[in-house]
Design a protein around this ligand. Structure first.
Ligand code: FES
Length: 319
C-alpha cells in the first residue's frame, strides 16, 4: 500500500478532550482529493495505525483535518496523538478512503452525530451546504464543554438557507438521550439518515431505522460490536503464490498473514475501517466487519481479514 508523507501544521483545541490536527503536503503537490465521509489512516510511531474521519471541506486540496478525542480507553492511538505529536512532525498516511459516502441526490439528509462522531458529519454538512441540499444535524454530547465545533456549526446554520441544527446535551436534558425513534418518525419524506457515534447510540439508531429501505440508512462505526473470529480450524490459500496458511484457534487470519510475512494493509484491526478488505476467490467467510452491507457480505466476494473467519474449511484469497 502506497503511503503519503504529510506534515502536521497545526493542533487546535476544540473541546474538552478533543483537538483537531491539520496535515499538509510536504511538497508542492496537492493532496489526493476526498469526498465527504472519508477517512485517512495515520501511521503513528511504534507501528500504530489509526483511522480518523476528515472534517474539513472536500473542496480543500491543500490540507486534511481530523478531529481526535482523547479516549480514556485508548489502545494507544488517541493518547499518542494528544500527548506526543508535535507541530512540524512528518508522518505517513494512507490516501483517503470513503466507507461512509453521502448520497448527494437525497431530497433531505438527516445527520446524527454523537460525541466525536460529529467529525464526518461536519464534512458532510459543508458539502450539503455547498450543493444547496437540505440537511438537518442532530448533534449529541454529554455536555457543552465536551462538544466540539458548536460555534462553527451555529455560524454555519445562521448563514444557511437549507440547514437546521439541533444540539442535545444529556446533562441539560435530565440525562435523557435524544429519541432517535422520534427523529426518524418526524423526518421529511424520502430523507437519508447518517449516524456516527458511540455504540449505544448506534444500536438505538439501527433499531429506529430498522424498517427503512437499506439504501436510506447509513452508519459508521469506530469500534467493533463483537470480538473478531478466532475459532480457527481452516486454511487460507494465497492465490498469487499458491502458499497455504493454517489458521489455528485463537488467531485471526490477519495474525497468520502477518506472521507469514504477507504484506497486507490494515489499520483498526476490528472491522471498521476497510483497510484490510481482500477479494475472496473461493470459500465462505464468517463476516464480522461493520463496513460491508448485508448484501456485500452475502455475496462473499470480499472480506475483512482482520476480524472475519471462515465457515468453509478453505478460503482462497486474492493475495
Ligand atoms: S483493519 Fe480495519 S477493517 Fe480490517
Amino acid at each position: 500500500m502506497e503511503l503519503l508523507p504529510v506534515q502536521l501544521r497545526a493542533i487546535r483545541y476544540e473541546a474538552e478532550g478533543i483537538s483537531t490536527f491539520e496535515f499538509r503536503s510536504t511538497g508542492a503537490q496537492p493532496l489526493p482529493p476526498f469526498t465527504a465521509g472519508a477517512h485517512i489512516d495515520l501511521h503513528l510511531a511504534s507501528g500504530l495505525v489509526r483511522s480518523y474521519s476528515l472534517c474539513n471541506s472536500q473542496d480543500e486540496s491543500d490540507r486534511y483535518v481530523v478531529g481526535v478525542n482523547r479516549d480514556r480507553n485508548s489502545r494507544g492511538g488517541s493518547r499518542l496523538m494528544h500527548d506526543t505529536l508535535k507541530v512540524g512532525t512528518v508522518l505517513n498516511i494512507s490516501a483517503p478512503r470513503n466507507n461512509f459516502p453521502l448520497d448527494e441526490t437525497a431530497p433531505h439528509s438527516m445527520l446524527i452525530g454523537g460525541g466525536i462522531g460529529i467529525t464526518p458529519m461536519l464534512c458532510m454538512l459543508r458539502r450539503l451546504e455547498s450543493l444547496g441540499r437540505p440537511w438537518t444535524l442532530h448533534y449529541c454530547a454529554r455536555n457543552r464543554a465536551s462538544a466540539a465545533f458548536v460555534d462553527e456549526l451555529t455560524a454555519l446554520q445562521a448563514g444557511s438557507k437549507v440547514g437546521t441544527l439541533h444540539l442535545h446535551f444529556d446533562d441539560e436534558s435530565n440525562g435523557q438521550f435524544l429519541s432517535l425513534q422520534k427523529v426518524v418518525a418526524e423526518a421529511p419524506a424520502g430523507a437519508h439518515f447518517y449516524c456516527c457515534g458511540p455504540l449505544p447510540m448506534l444500536a438505538a439508531y439501527e433499531e429506529a431505522t430498522r424498517d427503512l429501505p437499506p439504501g436510506r440508512m447509513h452508519v459508521e462505526y469506530f469500534s467493533a460490536k463483537e470480538a473478531p473470529s478466532t475459532s480457527g480450524g481452516f486454511v487460507v490459500e494465497l492465490a498469487n503464490s499458491g502458499k497455504t496458511i493454517e489458521v489455528p484457534e485463537g488467531k485471526t487470519i490477519l495474525d497468520m498473514l502477518l506472521d507469514a510475512g504477507v504484506d497486507v494493509p490494515y489499520s483498526c484491526m476490528e472491522g471498521v475501517c476497510a483497510s484490510c478488505e481482500t477479494r475472496v476467490i473461493e470459500g465462505v467467510p464468517d463476516h464480522r466487519d461493520l463496513v460491508l452491507t448485508k448484501e456485500e457480505q452475502a455475496s462473499n466476494k470480499v472480506m475483512m481479514v482482520c476480524c472475519s473467519g471462515s465457515k468453509s474449511p478453505k478460503l482462497v484469497l486474492d493475495l
